[in-house]
Design a binder for this molecule. Structure first.
Ligand code: ATR
Length: 276
């Protein structure tokens, strides 16, 4: 039995156990993937306890991706660049290796599942928190024409642009948002509850050719995607595909098994259980 899990706070909402147990059944592997709540200030102690139980690896969710980055003895390129770790692999010599599959998971969803272009596209990102930091290196590797970051708190967008130091990256103020974008990605934590959501950007950022992606996944259409639809955006997607793709990449890191994601996404989209 391979012990795996997702560590974070909160974790009760996580769908990762379902997804990984499904992958394991298909791959004929025996796993026990748990949700592990991390009490305040107890990340390192929780990791040590989980490892002492023989864990083969684990995922990390909010707010501990930077803690996991600091804890790892070795880092993948995506994890080193983003300074965020969402997947821990225990190497044969016991060394803890940190990976980031969020960025590659987003790119896989955009390119393979949705068939959206990134290369040479004008991209707008909303938000400048941990979620955006995690995906930015992977997005930049796709060579978009430009990536503008708009954040409610401008200073955080500026800090992020400074950190990544890439010519195509700009921190945009509200008055700079005067064009249509090919791809608009929302990476804010706003909008899970619609009463908390207000988007003050010009509606002209989306047009009939824009593709709009919300990194949040919810059973109902997210408020950001509702806003995009009302403003004639051509194509819309929430973050369900990213969720499944980042899990598949983590599973591949742990077991060397390439998992098919399409059926999982279809079942989850239809509200069906992954248990059968
Ligand atoms: P996460 O790890 O989920 O990204 P985070 O690091 O706290 O969480 O970042 C949250 C992001 O969502 C930030 O960009 C935040 O904007 P601020 O930097 O101005 O706080 C953004 N955000 C959260 N609530 C928001 C709201 N109601 N409207 C607009 N942006 C919001």
């Amino acid at each position: 039995m391979n012990l795996l899990g997702v560590l974070g706070n909160p974790v009760s909402h996580s769908r990762s156990p379902e997804i990984h147990h499904y992958f394991a059944r298909v791959a004929n592997l025996d796993i026990n993937y748990e949700k592990v709540l991390v009490a305040d200030g107890k990340f390192k102690a929780t990791v040590e306890h989980f490892l002492s139980r023989g864990a083969a690896g684990f995922n990390i969710t909010v707010p501990h991706k930077f803690d996991a980055f600091q804890l790892a003895g070795e880092l993948s390129e995506a994890a080193a660049l983003s300074q965020a770790v969402n997947t821990i692999q225990i190497l044969p010599d016991g060394l803890i290796k940190g990976h980031n599959t969020d960025g590659p998971g987003l790119i896989a969803d955009l390119k393979n599942n949705l068939q959206w272009d990134i290369c040479q596209q004008r991209v707008l990102i909303l938000g400048a928190g941990g979620a955006v930091q995690g995906i930015l290196p992977s997005l930049l590797l796709e060579r978009p024409a430009s990536v503008d970051i708009y954040n409610r708190t401008m200073a955080k967008a500026q800090q992020m642009v400074g950190r990544f130091n890439d010519d195509c990256l700009t921190a945009s103020a509200l008055e700079d948002l005067d064009q249509h974008y090919d791809l608009v990605i929302s990476g804010t934590s706003a909008g899970l509850a619609s009463d908390n959501f207000s988007l003050d950007i010009p509606t002209s950022v989306v047009g009939v050719n824009s593709c709009c992606y919300d990194m949040i996944y919810a059973a109902q259409q997210t408020p950001f995607l509702q806003w995009c639809e009302q403003n004639s955006a051509a194509q819309l997607s929430d973050g369900l595909g990213m969720l499944v793709e980042q899990a598949a990449l983590a599973f591949e890191i742990w077991f060397g098994v390439d998992t098919a994601t399409e059926l999982v996404i279809t079942k989850m989209r239809a509200g069906k259980s992954l248990r059968q």
